[in-house]
Design a protein around this ligand. Structure first.
Ligand code: ADP
Ligand code: MG
Ligand code: ZN
Length: 409
């Protein structure tokens, strides 16, 4: 089966693509290198899974997290798609079996960690493989100065050299121009077609306010969000573990609301329990460090508060992006204080003590952008979307929830 629309319906049970999924798929099917810049939760995986089904040979998916590979391949298998992964969690015997399956053409998608590519003992395996597509997921990890740079992603250039005719489809949710340029360079992409979906989340209102008497402001925000028995939940991001527990104590004792806190200093069991209670709705308000939220997909988060500003626009937008997944109006409120800048600067310098100065500088530059965002007197959405490479004439528009500069709707 080679028709993308048909594959979408038959294997994934969806009726239609979201722009630009189909365009990306068709472009790679006609042999182009493709970069997809699509926000988290948009559906990047489909963009390489569908060509993988359509192509004759195997698709190599480069994925950074070993812990997710099993889930991903299990989910494909449950749809009747032949997918496997190779990583250190498998016995050598099992790895050989899978390699043979791949060589015999029985596997459509093979998930690999970048570090495992083309080691000496794997070389002959890769040389004999009939590869149709190479798909680096989370491709921003190839960006050398990025905060999560994974040296293994550099090995992707070896794949390009080994299979010069095979198209590459790189996908990422990191959208700044310079990072995209660097990805194209690192992966040796040839005239890549770059596709973007808008990163705008019009149902989230974006507000920045002075921090003074933060507790009182947060109490008011919670009252406004949950008065009259309104449903939903809230996340409050704090700078430190102590801020989390202090603020949670305040809310539980000085307001009509109940909260729990979450941070990396808690026992794993406790953390999992808290997270589950938040998901089930037993806990409505969670006070957390940014350790909380990886993969959060709770639809009804009505309010995200930043008790302390984020270290970067990227981080901030990811955090507020946990609000309003159900598309209903939601608020993101950041409490800004000049004093917090110094705290974050100190943290950046401390955690980068042994890093090259460029890395420290890069993080300080990101912080500066964040400060610029907080102190700005023009549309805040405009600055965020410009940062992600988007242009529009009217960012907060008629349909959106607005920002505190344009007006909250
Ligand atoms: P991303 O990697 O971009 O964060 P995923 O690939 O994990 O997102 O997909 C997120 C969810 O969106 C999945 O449940 C996926 O099945 C769903 N999805 C993808 N494409 C479509 C579509 N065209 N229509 C409806 N749902 C889709
Ligand atoms: Mg993904
Ligand atoms: Zn605005």
């Amino acid at each position: 089966m080679t028709n993308p629309q048909q594959i979408l319906k038959q294997y994934f049970s969806y009726d239609s693509f979201k722009y630009p999924q189909q365009e990306m798929i068709e472009s790679v099917l006609s042999g182009n290198d493709v970069v997809g810049v699509l926000p988290t939760g948009f559906g990047k995986s489909l963009c390489y899974q569908i060509p993988a089904i359509a192509f004759n040979g195997i698709t190599l998916v480069i994925s950074p997290l070993i812990s997710l590979m099993k889930d991903q391949t299990d989910s494909l298998k449950s749809k009747g798609i032949k997918a496997e992964f190779l990583n250190s969690t498998l016995t050598l015997k099992k790895q050989r079996e899978i390699e043979n399956d791949c060589l015999n053409g029985n596997v459509k998608l093979l998930y690999l960690a970048p570090e495992r590519l083309i080691n000496e003992d794997r070389k002959s395996f890769f040389e004999r493989l009939n590869v149709s597509l190479i798909a680096p997921d989370e491709a921003h990890l190839a960006n050398v100065w990025g905060k999560n740079f994974r040296p293994g992603y550099r090995k992707l250039s070896l794949l390009r050299n080994l299979y010069p005719e095979v198209p590459i489809m790189a996908v990422t949710a990191t959208a700044t121009e310079e990072i995209i340029d660097d990805i194209c360079e690192q992966l040796l992409l040839i005239k890549p077609k770059i596709f973007r979906a808008s990163f705008d989340r019009p149902n989230i209102s974006i507000e920045v306010t002075q921090k003074g008497y933060a507790e009182g402001k947060i109490r008011d925000l919670l009252n406004e969000t949950f008065d009259y028995g309104q449903q939903g939940s809230a996340i409050i991001y704090c700078y430190s573990r102590k801020d989390c527990s202090d603020l949670s104590y305040f809310i539980n004792n000085m307001t009509d609301h109940e909260s729990a806190f979450y941070h990396a200093g808690m026992k794993k069991k406790e953390r999992i329990e808290t997270q589950e209670k938040f998901f089930s709705g037993e806990i409505k308000i969670i006070i957390a460090t940014i350790a909380f939220g990886m993969g959060i997909d709770k639809p009804d988060v009505r309010l995200v508060v930043h008790h302390t500003m984020s270290k970067s626009i990227e981080g901030y937008y990811q955090e507020i992006g946990r609000a309003g997944r159900d598309g209903l109006p939601s608020r993101a409120v950041l409490l800004y204080s000049y004093h917090d800048i110094g705290k974050i600067e100190f943290l950046i310098k401390k955690t980068n003590q042994n890093s090259p100065w460029e890395k420290t500088q890069e993080e300080l530059d990101r912080l500066e952008k964040m400060v610029e965002f907080c102190t700005r007197i023009q549309c805040r959405r405009e600055m965020i979307l410009n940062h992600f490479g988007e242009n529009s004439s009217d960012y907060c528009g008629d349909n959106g929830s607005g920002c505190d500069v344009c007006g909250i709707k």
